[in-house]
Design a protein around this ligand. Structure first.
Ligand code: NAD
Length: 382
């Protein structure tokens, strides 16, 4: 069978779903690999490098979609792209099935099988295919780099002949995958790093990375994330007040705030309010990684960088992985390659077997043989 990757058509998207290295691994599974001409250029992979890796470069999206049995791409497909599906084809991509009824209906009408990468169950066995984590890791790293780029001082403290420089103080709000990556980057650059999460079980992880976990003065237990499948639940009003009071105390102290707080299927909670932004020192920087879902910060403008009256920069970009397209394409293509490994039980015969009894494949499949198969049942394994 043939697996092909088209050029991403979303504006500003630099990633690509197949790299020369992932193509070599896919060929070992028995697949012929195709890529649309120019698909990898913005991620640093020229057509000639694909060719050297044994990939056939195809001119134009239409020809690519027509020739490939399996299409691997990054961004949610457009109607025009979905129109190219046929019952024999499998599409592997981010799909946003929860907010893409039209796409699901079209995939169903076309009779194609669609695997949505954001639906890979977050169980141990599937970590190698967990594209959400791959991208969140990059976003967390890049958020700190972006903050540094907009911050006029060092992260680390220094004693120089020209004077003593204090270390920057960084607060990371939300210590999920992106938050932990931000914490790791911030501590490795030498900043004094604080982190807060509503899930107290992450405190140990935060501290093991050299950051300080911020505890609240709150008599009730914080909700244990273990009770909610590892995800945060909505906080009680009392807990929220205690959290905001702590943030108000920290606002004049910290130089950089990275917010990453999310609750599944909801708007991002507003946690860094206008008065906290106003209390920060001029030159401070906020990077709001929750901007896509409404933002954690009052004053965030999605996809933009704004400077407040008191000189605080608020970055609301939502394309951090695309800003590091070589790295994100490499990780995403590897996630896809692992998905293909699981879809190829023959190991070397280049034949997709779409086993709906397999928890991971079932969980991620949102359209199958003319049916919508989203939402999936809960996985049976851990
Ligand atoms: P996420 O992106 O949904 O949320 C980011 C963080 O925001 C979470 O840590 C959440 O607790 C926190 N948050 C929510 N409300 C908050 C508030 N009011 N104040 C402060 N923080 C708040 O999370 P994620 O990065 O997708 O990770 C969620 C969980 O999934 C974690 O337990 C993680 O370890 C787990 N996970 C498991 C796997 C796996 O087993 N394969 C893979 C990835 C993540």
């Amino acid at each position: 069978m043939k697996i092909g990757t088209p050029k991403e058509i979303a504006e500003g998207e630099n990633r690509v779903a197949m790299t020369p290295d992932s193509a070599k691994a896919l060929q070992k599974l028995g697949y012929d690999c195709l890529v649309e001409a120019g698909a990898g250029v913005k991620a640093g992979f020229a057509d000639s490098v694909y060719e050297e890796a044994g990939v056939t470069v195809v001119d134009g999206a239409e020809a690519l979609w027509a020739q490939a049995d399996v299409i691997a791409k990054v961004r949610i497909p457009t109607t025009e792209e979905l129109e190219r599906l046929t019952p024999e084809k499998t599409l592997i991509t981010f799909f946003n099935p929860g907010g893409n009824t039209e796409g699901l209906e079209l995939a169903k009408a076309k009779g194609a099988n669609v695997i949505a990468m954001e639906m890979v169950p977050r169980i141990s066995r599937a970590q190698k295919m967990d594209a959400l984590s791959s991208m969140a890791n990059i976003a967390g790293y890049r958020a700190v780099i972006e903050a540094g780029n907009n911050f006029g001082r060092f992260f680390t403290g220094q004693v120089t002949a020209a004077g003593k420089v204090p270390p920057a103080k960084v607060l990371v709000v939300g210590a999920g995958v992106a938050g932990l990556a931000a914490i790791g980057t911030s501590t490795s650059l030498g900043a004094i790093t604080y982190a807060f999460d509503v899930r107290p079980e992450v405190a140990e992880q935060v501290e093991s990375m050299g950051a300080e976990f911020v505890y609240l003065d709150f008599e009730e237990e914080q909700v244990d994330g273990a009770a909610t499948g590892g995800y945060a639940a909505v906080s009680s009003p009392e807990f929220r007040e205690a959290q905001l009071a702590k943030f108000r105390e920290l606002a004049p102290e910290v130089d950089i705030v990275i917010t990453t707080a999310l609750i599944p299927n909801r708007e991002a909670p507003k946690l860094w309010l206008a008065d906290m932004v106003a209390a920060m020192k001029p030159g401070s920087v906020i990077v709001d990684l929750a901007a896509e879902r409404g933002g954690n910060v009052e004053g965030t403008v999605k996809d933009e960088k704004v400077v407040t009256e008191n000189g605080v920069t608020i970055v609301g970009y939502t394309d951090f992985p695309s800003r590091m397209a070589t790295q994100s394409s490499t990780l995403y293509a590897t996630n896809i390659r692992h998905m293909m490994t699981d879809l190829t039980p023959g190991k070397t015969d280049g034949q997709v077997v779409h086993n709906m009894e397999d928890d991971v494949i079932r969980g991620a499949t949102v359209a199958y043989q003319g049916e919508i198969t989203f939402p999936p049942p809960p996985p049976k394994t851990k």
